[in-house]
Design a protein around this ligand. Sequence first.
Ligand code: AHR
Length: 378
Amino acid sequence: MKKKLISVLLAGCMTAALLAGCGGAAPAAEAAAPAAEEATEEAAPAAEEAAPAEEAAAEEAPAAADEGGLIKVGFAQVGHESDWRTASTKSCQDVFSEANGYDLSFVDCDNDEAAQKEAVRSFIEQGVDYIIIDPIIATGWDTVLTECDDAGIPVIVIDRTIDDSDKYVSWVGSDFLTEGKAAAEWLKAYADAQGIKEINALIIQGTIGSSAQIGRTDGFNEIAKREGWTVLDQQTGDFTEAGGQEVMESFCKSYEGKFNVVVCENDNEAFGAMTAMDNAGVSYGPGNDVILISYDACTAGLEDVKAGKITADFECNPLAAPTVEGVLQTLQSGGTPEKEILVPDNWYALADQIVDFSVDGNPQSMIEVTDEVIEAQY
Ligand code: AHR
């Protein structure tokens, strides 16, 4: 454990000892509770470790990380490219609020890799207690993570993964490869049920090099290869509506009449792709020319499932912040959190598009999209 963390813990323990003994009481411990409900079995150990802190918080004053009693957290967010991102940002800001005992420095990195590294370095200069990073792309992180390590500041990675360095405490996020495989396995089962013999797919990818893009593209293509489907083309729409529209406009011209499946690697790209297909006179959704698959399953995405536009939507849960807080509180109380904590995802469609399928031999279930389901989504 690094010097700075030790001194933070000692300071917290000494203060708390005066009041109620060295318990490392947890501010916002209630906020960790949804994490315990939302997390998968892999997440359970961390959630369990957070539980004693929750109980302690009911009786004790929160542990103070600085003189103002707030724990300083820096969060280098990807940007604001999608509905999913908006939900993720809101969740983090809600959890790491002053009312919950945190002083949050939030930086929207606007999808700029250099700006994201700069943000992390500015957190080091500010002397924050913890750094949270949602890495725009998966590589190029070892140098800056070494700087965090040298400064004794624990890093927690949220959502997208870092693939070329292990100098972080924990990663909390979704399994993108499984999302990609799930979309393709659903397509296989649905096409079989509909008597569709040939699949000619177009993929609008997310930001190239992001783990969300890599996992979804690889997962879908693995099954496509196994099934002998044709993937006519794949290009990035950068996870944005404008990007999705631009790519789909070009696809509609280049592959006119040749495709029957469009895979958008997030809902916002799907919104743009639908505009492009509307303009090109291409029909999509259940019973129409094109099967439209999307990822994220945010409120607006599910509304389009309900409206018969998106055929199936594969969730990426943006509400990982409570679980991240559980990790942070485990560290606060001197524990060792799990290195990888998965946030569970659900798969959504209308009743007639729900079919049985498995991923890697594991049977999957789907949720029927209703007004109540949409209402409860983010
Ligand atoms: O990293 C998660 C992905 O990034 C979401 O699918 C997408 O909407 C976001 O921009």
